[in-house]
Design a protein around this ligand. Sequence first.
Ligand SMILES: Nc1ncnc2c1ncn2[C@@H]1O[C@H](COP(=O)(O)OP(=O)(O)OP(=O)(O)O)[C@@H](O)[C@H]1O
Length: 239
Amino acid sequence: MGKGPLFKPRAWDETKPLLTVSGVERSFPVGGGQLHVLKGIDMALYPMQLVMLKGRSGSGKTTLLNMIGGLDQPNKGEIVFMGHAFHQSGDDQRTQIRRKEIGFIFQSFALMPLLSAWENVELALRMAEVPRSEWKRRTAHCLELVGLGKRMHHRPFELSGGEQQRVAIAKAIAHRPCLLLADEPTAELDSQMGAQVMAVFRDIIQTEQVTICMTTHDPTIMEVADHVFEMVDGKFING
Ligand SMILES: Nc1ncnc2c1ncn2[C@@H]1O[C@H](COP(=O)(O)OP(=O)(O)OP(=O)(O)O)[C@@H](O)[C@H]1O
């Protein structure tokens, strides 16, 4: 294993946003017309915040999350992430920034079924081109962080839904992103497992100094947010 600190602490200025969304609009061509999904979104994410997006099904939460993560671009408006203008940059440029600085978690856990928890996390490090010499230490650290120190060599089918989601979290933070985006991460879990996942989120915000932006429908989950944005008809009704 490597020597020295696992990583340098980040020098965040917590008063400066990590990401800003200004006047963002997004529509999709549907049946010869345009479906206006986002109609002028403004938001800011600050370092080490836990932010939630709520809104009825189809209100545009996933569409917004995709744009924040650089997977899609707005028709109008600006998205600036750590000084990078996502609304003006090309696919390759956004992909590079995303690989380095952003982690994704989905409702279904997106694990490789034949690989153990350990191998799943290692795969994420390989994909992010983290030097091989760091894999062992980082993998052990991430799995311990999500409370799976004793289940490192289990494969997904040998783990509960909550444990699988925690492997997915370990995988998403392995390359040490500063922004973690999660689309309904607790939707397939019972309330106890959902609460465990939220406790892990709270923990990694501190230990990894990461910002988390997630969507949810669950009012009890929203109680632990630093800020909740509510989307109605393509706009936020609170700021
Ligand atoms: N690529 C696309 N082409 C056409 N329509 C799309 C596209 N992506 C999303 N939409 C439409 O935009 C609307 C918003 O979808 P979105 O997935 O963002 O909603 P959501 O709030 O995340 O919903 P849910 O809570 O059900 O996940 C929906 O009506 C959807 O059908």
